[in-house]
Design a protein around this ligand. Structure first.
Ligand code: GDP
Length: 169
């Protein structure tokens, strides 16, 4: 299968590692991991009759702004921008990361996930925040790494957007 590198961007604690673990290994753990360094996991998806190996790069445990270093972003075909739906401020961090990433690595398709959608009682994303994300040209969806809701859809949407952005061969 063809390979595509995907960088997972977002503030600390938004659920980057949890989303990758849910998508790749169908597991969820409440215990907070503080892995330092880059974790790389791979999953194959089918998209428009093509098979793609998504190589998911997760910088968990590092300062989020290390994520916009050229060495991390180099060669990525798409970004998954993760926001914690229970912490509105992580949308500001996410937008800053997105802007910085585009400055460094250029334009690649990005999908925004508002994660922790299972925590409805603590939901903190208002209309203004969603509107700001949309104005930045971002496609928004809700996910829960805990229940798995929306996770397949988010990665599949990103895979489709990556293929659509490539010139037909
Ligand atoms: P990272 O720093 O962005 O990689 O975040 P982690 O994946 O380590 O998650 C941070 C914390 O949020 C952990 O305690 C996770 O168990 C929790 N978490 C992640 N995703 C979800 C979710 O969808 N729902 C709930 N309830 N908790 C989540």
């Amino acid at each position: 299968a063809e390979k595509r590198k995907v960088c997972v961007l977002g503030a600390t604690g938004v659920g980057k590692t949890s989303l990758v673990a849910r998508f790749v290994r169908s597991i969820f753990s409440e215990s907070y991991r503080t892995t330092i360094g880059v974790t790389i996991e791979t999953r194959r998806v089918r998209c428009d009759e093509r098979e793609l190996d998504l190589i998911l790069w997760d910088l968990s445990g590092e300062d989020e702004f290390q994520a916009v270093q050229t060495s991390y972003l180099r060669g990525s075909a798409g970004w998954l921008l993760v926001i914690d739906g229970t912490r509105r401020l992580t949308a500001e961090t996410g937008l800053r990361l997105y802007t910085a990433a585009r400055t460094i690595a250029g334009e690649v398709p990005a999908v925004v996930v508002l994660n922790k959608a299972d925590l409805t009682g603590a939901w903190d994303i208002d209309d203004a925040t969603e509107a700001r994300l949309r104005r930045a040209g971002l496609w928004i969806t809700r996910t829960s790494a805990k229940t798995g809701a929306g996770v397949e859809g988010a990665f599949n949407a990103l895979a489709r957007a990556m293929l659509a952005s490539e010139a037909p061969s």
